[in-house]
Design a protein around this ligand. Sequence first.
Ligand SMILES: Nc1ncnc2c1ncn2[C@@H]1O[C@H](COP(=O)(O)OP(=O)(O)O)[C@@H](O)[C@H]1O
Ligand SMILES: [Mg+2]
Length: 299
Amino acid sequence: MLTLDLPGFPKLRSGKVREVFELPGDPDHLLFVATDRLSAFDVVMRDPIPDKGRVLTRLSAWWFERLRTEGVENHFVTVDVVTRFPALEPFAKELAGRAMIVERTEPLPVECVARGWLAGGGWKDYQETGFVSGVELPAGLRLAQKLREPIFTPARKAEQGHDENISFELAAETIGRPEISLMRDATLAVYGRAADLAAERGILIADTKFEFGRRADGKLILIDEVLTPDSSRFWPMDQHQVGSSPPSFDKQFVRDWLETQDWDKTPPAPPLPADVIDGTRARYVEAYERLTGLKFAAH
Ligand SMILES: Nc1ncnc2c1ncn2[C@@H]1O[C@H](COP(=O)(O)OP(=O)(O)O)[C@@H](O)[C@H]1O
Ligand SMILES: [Mg+2]
């Protein structure tokens, strides 16, 4: 599924991956639907990755339920959306497995990244400046090296294009010091707990991104998706080697294929061959199954 409209349910936002709907008569909640869209280099591909939205929704829901105990509240209410909101019944089939009802918040425009290992944009910034989001790191670190302790590296959420790493100080000026302090502490606490859980399953969470929103009562809570292959870099522990980029469960596979194409990274993206689509789907499903220990059933 690439796009979704639900007659009678106003669409609040269509993001790169999710469609967000209002629930008539219930201003405190939203319907959050993950499509099978995949974005790479900030361009949405034209081909769906079958079941990707279901994997994202199930994995986020699994984490949200487990992470509540960390003292950080989150927006998750239920994946049983038709029971909770019976007017959704006519759309039960399209929504099955890919939708959740969440608390409505006002999202804060800072993405909260935790990094335990050096990779991706963090590695790039470090090589150029020795810093990541204003955090100075020791000299001589190598790609995929474990950091002495996890670091918090905020980024400014861009409406369009690439998010930009910013320092803690700039984030404090943008959204407030008490807010960003709380978000940093929550980010590192949740990341630490999730990294321990994943390690038990043989997976390293090199880095991950969280978003926070302000609830009507003023409280900041964890929102969006959490700890999925779209928002995180997952590595199989047994294939991790300092100095090289481990195979990962995210869209690196698609990115690698795109890099072989004569494409300038502006829309439209080239059509994805069937084996790239299948290989990507398999990696998302594998991430879900390894982390949760559950079998992924499409329906
Ligand atoms: N509880 C919430 N209340 C309001 N907005 C939310 C909530 N959770 C997530 N969002 C927003 O919904 C959107 C999710 O769709 P997504 O496809 O991830 O968009 P994006 O392209 O911005 O990443 C994001 O913009 C996110 O900030
Ligand atoms: Mg998003």
